[in-house]
Every structure is written in C-alpha cells, then in structure tokens.
Design a protein around this ligand. Structure first.
Ligand code: AQP
Length: 336
C-alpha cells in the first residue's frame, strides 16, 4: 500500500442490524472513496465498542461476521482496502489505555451519546464512558487524516482531535489531526417510528429502522407502519413535516431522484401511495446487496481468509505506531 496517500479510517459497531442510515450516512462514502483510489483505506468492524452494552457472546460473534460480510457485499474490496475486526488487533486496547490517561473525565461526560446511552444502564459502566477514547485510539493508530461518518459522530471526532493535540504537545508530534467527512445529503436518517430521533440499530422497536438484510415483507410492513405527519401534503419540510421529509429523503437516496422531483410526482397523492412506492424502491435497491451477501455467506473459507489478511495488514501498521508511542512516552524498548 503506497504510504504517500492520505488515510481514511472508519467503522461500524456490530451491536445490532446494520441499517440504511449506516449505509447512506457512512458506508456508501467509504465505497466511493475506496474506488476513487486516492486514499489508503482502512475499515473496521468495531466489536470492542459493541461490548460497552451487554452482548450475548454467540450473538455478538454472528453479528461481527454479518457486518464484515455486509461490508464486502456493499462493495468494500480487500484488494483496495484494509478491512478487519478491531479485536483482532490488540494495539487498539493498548493505545486506548494510554490515551485515557490524558483525557479528562469531564470531556467524556459531556458526550451526547454517553448521556443518551447511560440513561439505559442501571449502573453506568466505565467502558461506556471511555468509548470515545477507544474511538480516538482506533483513528489515531493508523495516522488517519479523514473519517467518513454520519453527523452523530462529529462530537467524537472533535474529541479525537483534542486528544491527538494533547498527546502531540506533551510527547512530540505523532498524530495528524483527523477531519470528519460528512455526506451532507444523508448526514442523519431519522427513525421511522420517531422522526425526532436518528435511525439506530439498538432502538428497542425494530420498526425504527430498515435493516440492510430485511426481507421484502418486513420492509413493506415497516414502511406501512412508519409514522406520518398531520395534514396530507407530500412536501419536504424537515421542521414541520419531519416524518414525510424523512421518507422523501430515503426515497430520493434510493431512487437517485431529487426530492423536488418526488414532490411533483406525488403532488395531490395520499401518503399511502408514497409509502407503497417507497417500499418497492427500497426492496429493489437492497436486493443486489442481499444476493451478494448470501453468496459470500455460502463461502466461509473465503471470509476467514479475508478476515485474517485484513487483521495482518492492520496489525502491521498499528504495531509500528505503538512502537513510536511507547518510545515517546518513555516506556522501555525491549524486544522479547
Ligand atoms: N441514522 C443515521 N443516519 C446517518 N448516519 C448514521 N450512522 C448511524 N446512524 C445513522 C453512521 O453510521 C456509522 C456507524 O455507526 P455506529 O455503528 O458506530 O454507531 P452509531 O453511530 O451509534 O449507529 P447506530 O446505528 O445508532 O448504532 P447504535 O444504536 O448501536 O448506537 C457512523 O458513521 C454513524 O455516524
């Protein structure tokens, strides 16, 4: 991999079913950036993040494989990108510890995601609080320049920059300051059951999201039961008609038709007509990905091979960074 290219790094947590928000908000950009060939591309299944909320081990294992296989089905290419699972590269945890020693607890407590998710834990776990430090470690280990993410992750990237600056100032320049890259058109897809909140894979109600692997029947049901706004006009107005605006956005992303064209097409029609057509557009859009996913899943040896290759390539970069970090902070340099 040529090392004069800028690096992009990003990941998804295997804490539930990957949904269309994860795809349009993040993974679609990864594939486009990978195919543009301008970057060193590194994409990770961030399973160590998943365990900040309780996971049943067998289910976690199958979700890790599912997300990894979906990455490939969606177009990530092991010949063009390093694709790996976080827990197979132990340097992530090691850098996490070191960075946690320079991160103020107050900074972590003001993270919006922590505030939201800690409300769901009876006794708040340290791992949930430290989640953004591990995320900073993930990003900084690879000297990342650009992090393609959805809007909800901006605060974490800002914290990563602050941690990197602090480390560089204290111990000497190692880390570039990473920039977020947001797809403005799909920065936040909202929940189908509550357009005031983002679509989320850990939502209690699975009608909140369309999973990439949902069957046509489930997609039709979920879109049918999606909440709508009062009135009947089909018009994009995120403030006053958040539910219909979200459905129009999803429609536009799948059909590649501008929202203004959809507004004209559906002028004077009922919400039910829009919903019917939207479900079909989603089913058609997801069908090739689901087919590819089934093909890949039927070949576990290939998946294992790609998993191993990705881990080895990521490890080679991460271990070099850790040698540098250990030396900068004053640990002994023993080769044992
Ligand atoms: N609703 C969304 N709209 C646009 N982008 C989104 N992303 C997540 N939800 C939306 C982006 O997807 C990437 C992976 O997200 P993650 O797995 O790291 O966790 P998350 O952001 O917390 O996503 P979820 O689905 O809500 O997961 P849970 O419920 O487990 O927390 C990120 O780039 C994110 O911005």
């Amino acid at each position: 991999m040529p090392n004069n290219k800028k690096t992009i790094f990003s990941g998804v947590t295997p804490s539930g079913n990957l949904h269309i928000g994860n795809y349009f908000g993040a993974i679609k950009q990864w594939v486009e950036m990978q195919n543009a060939g301008e970057y060193q591309n590194i994409f990770c299944v961030v399973d160590e993040h998943a365990i900040t909320t309780l996971q049943e081990p067998a289910k976690l294992r199958s979700k890790i494989l599912e997300v990894f296989t979906l990455y490939l089905a969606l177009g990530l290419d092991p010949e063009k990108s390093i694709i790996f699972v976080q827990s197979s590269v132990s340097e992530h945890s090691e850098l996490n510890w070191i960075l946690s020693t320079i991160t103020p607890v107050g900074e972590l407590e003001r993270m919006t995601q922590f505030k939201d998710k800690s409300q769901k834990q009876k006794s708040i776990l340290a791992g949930l609080l430290n989640y953004p430090v591990l995320q900073a470690a993930d990003i900084l280990l690879y000297h990342t320049n650009t992090v393609p993410v959805g809007e909800d992750q901006l605060q974490h990237i800002e914290l990563t920059r602050a941690i990197a600056k602090k480390f560089n100032n204290a111990f000497g320049q190692i880390f570039p300051l990473p920039e977020p890259f947001i797809n403005k058109e799909a920065k936040r897809i909202m929940g189908l059951d509550d357009p005031a909140k983002k679509m989320s894979k850990s939502a209690e109600n699975s009608n909140n999201y369309i999973a990439l692997l949902d069957s046509p029947e489930i997609i039709r049901e979920k879109i049918k039961s999606a909440v709508t706004d009062s009135g009947s006009e089909i018009k994009y107005d995120a403030e006053n008609k958040p539910a219909i605006s979200n459905l129009l956005l999803i429609y536009s992303l799948f059909s590649k038709k501008p929202i203004s064209e959809l507004e004209k097409e559906y002028a004077g029609k009922n919400y039910s007509v829009l919903k019917h057509d939207l479900a079909e557009v989603i089913i058609e859009g997801l069908s090739p990905v689901q087919k590819k996913y089934q093909e890949l899943s039927a070949n576990p040896d290939y998946i294992k091979k790609v998993l191993r290759q990705g881990a080895a390539k990521a490890k080679a970069i991460a271990s070099q960074t850790m040698t540098e970090v250990r030396s900068k902070i004053g640990f002994l340099e023993l080769s044992v």
